[in-house]
Design a protein around this ligand. Structure first.
Ligand SMILES: Nc1ncnc2c1ncn2[C@@H]1O[C@H](COP(=O)(O)OP(=O)(O)OP(=O)(O)O)[C@@H](O)[C@H]1O
Ligand SMILES: [Mg+2]
Length: 233
């Protein structure tokens, strides 16, 4: 579903080239929920932005739903992103002068979907993230956790192949973080949506089936211990 091959990325600072990612290879299957861990500056956001097609890598390929996004033109990529990729940001990135429902509908406006159909889908998703009664409010009237739920609903409305989330709970307290993670887990189960979640928090990674760790430009698979069945012996 998502396949990253020999992906390297360097940034230029003046005359100096700094390599952030070095020949990374991995595969994520449909319906997987993956946590991407690594210390600050290890390249997590860089890797996520590359996979979401927000920038081009120095080298390598990124296949999503069978297509290499690296070789696409800007127009092809914009079109591909609109239908195949969802993104959840740490700071929500909602539009303040649109209502909750209008924010969620927005990706469908760009796809030319008629209003009635948009509204119907937005309301179903609002139900799933637990905010059916907030549809006509403005996003500035919501708490941070509620805003993040809206942004989750928005990322899902196009039924993308994969959703990338860059520290989606980074601005939230522990309790709200747990609520958001449990919503993501539930959506992953019920809709088989593929999630790749960047996080600083070990606790978030404990909820996902797979953990990938970025260290010194390399990506390492971490083995998640099997949950103990039957308690103490
Ligand atoms: N546009 C850019 N130009 C130059 N260097 C950059 C750019 N973006 C990121 N970097 C550098 O690449 C490295 C990785 O940055 P990145 O933002 O991917 O880290 P991160 O793992 O997401 O960190 P954090 O956990 O703090 O968000 C850092 O050293 C950063 O300074
Ligand atoms: Mg980051």
């Amino acid at each position: 579903m998502l396949k990253v091959k020999q992906l390297s990325h360097s940034f230029r600072n003046g005359l100096e080239l700094t390599e952030v990612l070095h020949q990374i290879d991995f595969v994520v299957h449909k319906g997987d929920m993956v946590a991407l861990l690594g210390s600050s500056g290890s390249g997590k956001s860089t890797l996520l932005n590359l996979m979401a097609g927000l920038m081009k890598p120095t080298e390598g390929s990124i296949y999503i739903a069978g297509q290499d996004i690296v070789t696409m033109s800007e127009n092809q990529l914009a079109e591909f992103r609109r239908s195949h990729i969802g993104f959840i940001f740490q700071a929500y990135e909602l539009i303040p002068n649109l209502t909750v429902r209008e924010n969620i509908e927005l990706p469908l406006v760009f796809q030319g979907i008629p209003q009635r159909k948009r509204k119907e889908k937005a309301m179903i998703l609002l139900e799933q993230v637990g905010l059916p009664d907030k549809s006509e409010m403005f996003t500035s009237q919501l708490s941070g956790g509620q805003q993040q739920r809206v942004s989750i609903a928005r990322s899902l409305i196009t039924e993308p192949s994969v959703i990338f989330a860059d520290e989606p709970t980074g601005n939230l307290d522990t309790k709200t973080e747990e609520e958001i993670i449990s919503i993501l887990k539930q959506l992953n189960r019920t809709m088989s949506t593929t999630f790749i979640i960047v996080t600083h928090e070990r606790e978030v990674a404990e909820h996902t089936k797979r953990v990938l760790m970025l260290r010194d430009g390399h990506l390492e698979e971490e083995h998640v211990p099997e949950p103990v069945v039957g308690g103490t012996t």
